[in-house]
Design a protein around this ligand. Sequence first.
Ligand code: GDP
Length: 191
Amino acid sequence: ARSTGGLNNINGSSSAADSNDLRAKLVLLGDSGVGKSCIVLRFVRGQFDPTSKVTVGASFLSQTLALEDSTIVKFEIWDTAGQERYAALAPLYYRGAAAAVVVYDITSPESFKKAQYWVKELQKHGSPGIVMVLVGNKADLHESRSVPSQEAQEYAEKNSMLFMETSAKTSDNINQVFENQASNITNPTDN
Ligand code: GDP
């Protein structure tokens, strides 16, 4: 296991821990309302519940993923809890993050612009080697789409990041986002 990019090898911290076990901080970034909390809840609890917010004060949720090569990745998933407006807090928030999920809403061009701002910010100030994915959420609202997939795909390619469209509502691609992040953290050349 590498020890860069905010990765902490938890070998030895638990009797069941294997030398392949990794703990990684993962942050979600994006405009308010794009669906970050819903994505986390869908992934961690398998639910879509727009009324249940991640509790402010609980700093993160944990979720463990077992990869095909039997590596165990334990994510500490940080949601902004509505603090994305306070840009000054951002560096504290993503400090030590091994992975970042930058989310926009496919029906909102403003949110896509904001996502590009976060990508730049992470490129400048994120951990070296941070694994980033660009996520176009609310893919179920394709009739109101105003960000073409092609445009987002090209942007992502230029910035050497993966791109996926998701729906926290239907659960489309939600697990895939986190699985990809986990395997790109453990196999940085696999992208
Ligand atoms: P956050 O501010 O980025 O954490 O956004 P939330 O997770 O609170 O979601 C904002 C709103 O978008 C809520 O009303 C959700 O019901 C809605 N929402 C989130 N994800 C989806 C999705 O995939 N599809 C649809 N149709 N609505 C979604």
